[in-house]
Design a protein around this ligand. Structure first.
Ligand SMILES: Nc1ncnc2c1ncn2[C@@H]1O[C@H](COP(=O)(O)OP(=O)(O)OP(=O)(O)O)[C@@H](O)[C@H]1O
Length: 590
């Protein structure tokens, strides 16, 4: 395009000059016809030679050029300009310019054509998901491990995808990737070359551009693209395999497009402590929904399902949605209604852009819209915009919409009417039996306890005799006498003692879990101190998802150890009050 434009200019110049010369009265111009003809020929010879050199040809095109010069002269004669030396000269210059431009364009097209005949190329753009497949694949390729010119990244985060490195302990393991530029590598005994380049989106400034757009092309000799297709499918397979045991979470970015934000290991449903009937009802309902597309179609019903999960903070609404997604093998698309970058139209585009099998999650839906007329909501979305997006004509079919709220009573009826919300699930505070279940899950019987303790304290604190283990029929792999395990029976007993001290439906699972976190390896001490926790927590205003840091110093190995709750509790209370005050101030500002 540019080269053609560059060559067209001399042509136009030639035409302009030619026309101008032609229009000039003969008395005022003193160039002779042979002179102009010579200029034309020289220009042509020079031009053709130059074009030849640019293309890397070494042979001299002079003979051909003279031939062309002659043709130009005869063309001049033929169209009757032979008598007017100025018009003839101008016409020749114009013709020469045109021929030069034509030759150049022809040359580049010929080269492109030739390239297409002997080289096959696949292109990947960072704005597309396939780019991440290729980066992921490249990061595993031996070439990336040996490349001397490589880039390092802790995530593969281009376009729609973001993958974290595997990590070693708390340190993120980096990805090694071929750096921007040319790279040659082997794949299935074929030589491939890759070109990786970065560019800012057109018109973007440094401040607004965000991450640069990247482009990768992978090429090889030949006309069959099967080798590249094999590579791409392999890369895709590898990528999907990596995600199979994970739930991928997408969120809307500032441009109103879905971006992969993270992936988490699938959360097993068994880790969710809730009414078992409610749990299996929702799971079965969702499974049945996905298997009854034709049923919906036959009745002309939109193929969508809505679930509303409501209840106090920290009762497991979000956790359950993650577990449900894992169970159904779905990814989660999260819409944050307080994202100011999202307007009604971007919201409906986002909803329309979700894949046909996914969980669409809107958390704390009450926070953005309290009543129908709250079109002055703090987000850029209006209430009617939200309603249209979730079940308007453009809304995606085959998805389950999950909404969560802490305040069912604040929601407008229109939002949760049947059709938009088909299942309402209440998540309450922990019953005693749920507290027991939580304890048992937290301290499974086979987990070693008191590893940081001295043998004496440990064996004293949990009296486990070999007989007991054997009578339970469970052979434990006790590494040393210092790391005893608890049997099922012991775990049950401790759990029962723990639960009976928890008042029914007063604490959320998150609160209880927060308490147990302080006793990761000390179930016995958790039981011992739970009474004090209840007494103190009961006397404070517990609300929200405030985390209470009931921690116990891991190094304490004295049997006299005491619960560290008092000081921690006061600190937590103070932090909680500050947080609440900050939230209040923020809401006034908004
Ligand atoms: N029923 C539960 N079963 C298992 N874990 C739970 C449960 N409830 C809460 N938790 C734990 O408590 C923490 C907070 O839970 P989660 O975010 O799911 O609660 P939530 O009801 O969505 O809270 P919020 O309304 O504040 O968003 C998580 O670490 C989760 O593992």
């Amino acid at each position: 395009m540019n080269s053609a434009g560059g060559s067209t200019l001399p042509g136009l110049f030639g035409i302009g000059l030619g026309l101008r010369v032609a229009a000039t009265p003969s008395s005022t111009v003193a160039f002779s016809r042979p002179f102009l003809s010579t200029v034309g020929r020289t220009a042509l010879v020079g031009g053709v030679t130059l074009a030849g050199q640019q293309r890397g040809y070494t042979s001299t095109p002079e003979g051909g050029a003279h031939e062309v010069g002659r043709l130009v002269s005869s063309a001049t004669e033929k169209i009757g300009l032979g008598d007017n030396q100025f018009a003839a000269g101008g016409f020749q210059l114009a013709l020469l310019g045109g021929i030069l431009a034509g030759l150049r364009v022809l040359g580049s097209h010929a080269l492109e054509y030739l390239k297409k005949r002997v080289v096959v190329t696949a292109e990947f753009d960072s704005r597309d998901e396939s780019y991440s497949w290729i980066l992921n694949w490249l990061s595993d390729h031996p070439y990336s491990r040996d490349a001397t010119n490589f880039s390092v990244s802790t995530t593969i985060a281009r376009g729609a995808q973001k993958l974290s490195g595997e990590g070693v302990g708390s340190v993120q393991a980096p990805y090694f990737l071929p750096a921007p530029g040319f790279h040659f590598f082997w794949y299935k005994n074929r030589l491939l070359w890759m070109y990786r380049e970065r560019a800012r989106p057109a018109g973007a400034t440094v401040a607004t551009a965000g991450s640069p757009v990247e482009n990768i092309t992978i090429s090889t000799l030949g006309r069959s693209r099967s080798i590249l297709q094999t590579l791409i499918l392999e890369a895709q397979h590898k990528f999907i395999e990596r995600d199979q045991s994970r739930t991928v979470i997408f969120a809307a970015d500032q441009y109103g497009a879905w971006r992969r934000t993270k992936s988490r290991p699938k959360r097993p449903l068994e880790t969710i402590v809730m009414d078992p009937e409610l749990k299996s009802y929702i799971v079965e309902d969702a499974k049945e929904f996905f298997s009854s597309e034709s049923w919906y179609a036959e009745r002309g019903l939109p193929f969508r399902r809505g679930i509303l999960l409501y209840g106090s903070p920290g009762t497991g609404k979000t956790s359950f949605i993650h577990a449900l997604a894992g169970e159904l093998g779905l990814n989660i698309y999260v819409i944050n209604l307080s994202n100011k970058a999202i307007s009604d139209s971007t919201l409906s585009e986002l909803v329309a852009d979700t894949p046909s099998r996914c969980l669409l999650l809107i958390e704390d839906v009450d926070a953005a819209f309290v009543q129908r007329d709250s079109n002055d909501a703090s987000s850029g979305i209006t209430f009617s915009g939200l309603l249209n997006s979730v079940d308007g004509v453009s809304a995606q079919e085959g998805r389950i919409l999950c909404m969560t709220t802490n305040h069912l009573e604040r929601l407008d009826e229109a939002l949760i009417r049947p059709g938009r919300v088909d299942v309402r699930a209440k998540f309450g505070k922990a019953t005693q039996s749920q507290a027991k279940e939580l304890f048992t899950k937290f301290f499974p019987q086979s987990v070693s306890v008191s590893t940081a303790h001295s043998s004496a304290e440990s064996s004293k604190s949990i009296d486990i005799s070999a007989d007991k283990r054997e009578s339970d029929g469970i052979e434990k792999h006790v590494c040393t006498q210092y790391t005893p395990s608890i049997t099922r029976q012991e775990a049950e007993e401790l759990a029962a003692r723990f639960a009976e001290q928890i008042p029914d439906q007063e604490f959320s699972i998150a609160q209880l879990q927060g308490f147990l976190m302080g006793y990761k390896k000390h179930p016995d001490f958790a039981v011992k101190n739970v009474k004090e926790f209840v007494r103190q927590a009961g006397s404070m205003e517990v609300s929200g998802t405030a985390k209470i840091g009931y921690s116990m110093d891991q190094d304490i190995n004295d049997e006299e150890q005491v619960w560290q709750g008092n000081e921690e509790l006061q600190k937590a209370q103070q932090e909680f009050r500050e947080e609440k005050e900050k939230a209040r101030r923020d809401s006034i500002k908004q």
